[in-house]
Structures are given as C-alpha cells and as structure tokens.
Design a protein around this ligand. Structure first.
Ligand code: AHN
Ligand code: ZN
Length: 336
C-alpha cells in the first residue's frame, strides 16, 4: 500500500486459541477497531475538469483589461467561485499601465471558511497579455494572444481546487485569489523607451499588497500558479521563492516527489522571475512561492509558446495539470 495514504491502522482482535476450541462467549466482534492516527484524505484532482476550465476562459476571447471579453470572463469567475460556496469579494480598481493607459482592473478573492484564522493563499493571474510580442511573426506583435498557459492554466487548476473545497473542507481556511493586470508589462519593442520604468508587471497584486481585501489579513503562506499547463513543463525552483519562502519550496517539491512527479518538479534553481508572488512577499510579507514553467536551459527562459499566438489549447497537457493540481491538493489537505 502507498505509504503516504496508509495512516489508518485498523486493529481487529479476535481471541482465538490455536489448537483448542475457543469458548464461544470470549470471541470479540470483528468490527472492534482503533484509529492510531487520523486519516488524511486528499481528493482526487480531475485534470480533465481543469482542462475544461481553461477552454472556458478562452471561449470569452483574450482577457485583456478594458475589453468585453475580459469583463465577461471576470463575471464568470466570480459566479463559478460563488457556486462553490466561497465568500467572494472583488477589488474593482483603476490601475495605471506603464503606457499611461488606465486599466479597469478586477482582483477576485474567494474565501473558503472565512472565519478560520489559520489560512493558506493560492493565487494566479486571470488576465492575458495584450500583445504577442515574442511571436516569430512580427505581424502578431501587437495582437492579443489566447493565454491558455499564461493566465488560463493557473486559474483552471485553482477552479478545480475550488470545486473540491466546496465539498471537502480543509483544516485551514483557503483563499483563492485571481489577480488582474499581471501581464501588461513592458512590450519588447518599448524596452529602450521605458528603460527607467520598473514594476510594470503584476499591477493587480501590487495593488492588493498595498490594499489587502481585509484589514490585517494573514496567511501562513501562499502558492502562485503561473504557466503550469504546458506539455513538457519543468517547474524549477524560482529564486525569489527560495529567498522568501525556502521551507514552502521544500515542502511542495517534497510532496511532488513523493507523489511521483519528479519529471515536472525539478529540485534545482531557475533564476528570479518578477511575478505576483514577488509583491505579495516583498510588500505584504506573506511567504509565497511561484510554481512556474521556466526552464533555465531554454532560449527565452519560458516555453516556445510564451507570449506568442501559439499559447493555445494545443499546448495544454492534462499530465502537467494533474501533477500541479495533485501536488497543491496534497499540500493543503495535509496542513493542520
Ligand atoms: C517578467 O517577464 C519580468 N515577468 C513576467 C512573468 C510573467 C509574464 N508571467 C506571466 N507572464
Ligand atoms: Zn505573460
């Protein structure tokens, strides 16, 4: 039996003598049991369900702030999380992009068991990049990309987590946060012009870190899922995660390895990525990690689909979704 899931020790004592006939009235009933350690039951993550949640997001069109498809998808996410019993609040806020554009942004915060003081924060960005500025075809450099992996995958996995939370409560409270306006960072062609501009990425999480949804909000730790659905994903240990939350990195990679996901979760450092977790760590002070497909050996650091028109459902692999989703569920259901 799998060691991890064999926490239940059931002892049944039957008084039976060898050789001699047992006295009928000394035989104890077999249903006498004793629980040595309480069982930890981890729901089975359904990667097909997560896949469908990604497809659904893409069906609205690109989730670029200030577009109708963005609004529609935002409403869908709020409704979906409410249907899973979460107490959902939104932060609807005007955020200034590096271009000077004002983005009508919306952070979506779904609180499961909101009265529990001990909490874990799970998050992803739900917007998609307005420009495919890494596309091999220059003609696409100002076109919005589908964002299946970049945006869609983290949200898809967390919606599937939410579906389980609706029926199987964890011992700790869970907050699932979908940050907006992560991917409006400096366009490749603007690098020179805006070389003095910092913090153009992750606008939604920067806003949240300066204005949390609840005064004095606390969480034990946070896990960001970004670009987690691609075929052949490698989740190296990201440098800010190792700096701010080394124990959480170890915990999560250990679970992944015990579950048999060594191929996906590589226990080597990748380099630093300015992502939503950076601001939750550095501004708000909750130790957070980023699970992200970034391969230090690959030419652009991310996969070939990254910030191209090819970031569509063809790249999404249920095996990657399963590895990430199962690891996250196992981590959060084992917390006490
Ligand atoms: C940088 O490229 C510096 N940060 C963005 C990380 C990212 C982009 N995640 C998704 N898209
Ligand atoms: Zn991106």
């Amino acid at each position: 039996m799998n060691r991890m899931f064999s926490y239940i020790m059931i002892t049944a004592t039957v008084l039976a003598g060898c050789g001699s006939q047992p006295k009928k009235d000394t035989v104890k009933p077999v249903q006498e049991t004793k629980v040595i350690e309480p069982a930890v039951i981890v729901p089975i993550f359904d990667a097909d369900s997560a896949y469908c949640f990604i497809e659904k997001q893409l069906s609205f069109g690109p989730r670029v702030p200030n577009t109708a498809s963005h609004l529609k998808c935002g409403d869908y996410l709020v409704d979906k999380l409410r249907s899973y019993g979460a107490d959902v609040v939104t932060q609807d806020v005007d955020l200034k992009a590096y271009t000077g554009d004002v983005l009508k942004a919306r952070n979506i915060i779904a609180q499961f068991q909101p009265d529990k003081k001990e909490r874990i924060m799970l998050f992803a960005h739900w917007d998609s990049r307005p420009w495919a500025d890494s596309d091999p075809d220059k003609a696409n450099h100002y076109k919005p990309l589908p964002g299946a992996n970049d945006g869609g995958s983290g949200v898809g996995v967390l919606l599937e987590v939410a579906r389980h939370l609706s029926v199987n409560p964890t011992k700790l409270g869970i907050d699932i946060i979908f940050f907006d306006a992560e991917d409006y960072g400096i366009h490749d062609n603007d690098r020179e012009k805006y070389r003095n501009v910092n913090h153009s990425w992750a606008l939604g999480s920067q806003h949240w870190a300066m204005n949390p949804h609840k005064k004095g909000y606390e969480a034990r730790y946070g896990i960001l899922l970004d670009i987690v659905g691609a075929k052949g994903s490698k989740f190296y240990q990201e440098s800010y995660s190792l700096h701010f939350a080394p124990a959480i990195v170890s915990k999560v990679w250990e679970w992944a390895h015990k579950l048999g996901y060594k191929e996906f979760f590589v226990a080597e450092e990748s380099g630093a990525i300015t992502d939503d977790h950076y601001y939750v760590n550095s501004i708000y002070g909750i130790p957070c990690i980023d699970i992200i497909n970034c391969d230090p050996q690959s030419p652009n650091g991310f996969g070939p689909y990254h910030h191209t028109m090819k970031d569509d459902m063809d790249w999404i692999d249920t095996a990657a979704l399963k590895a990430v989703g199962t690891t996250v569920l196992t981590t959060i259901y084992n917390e006490k």
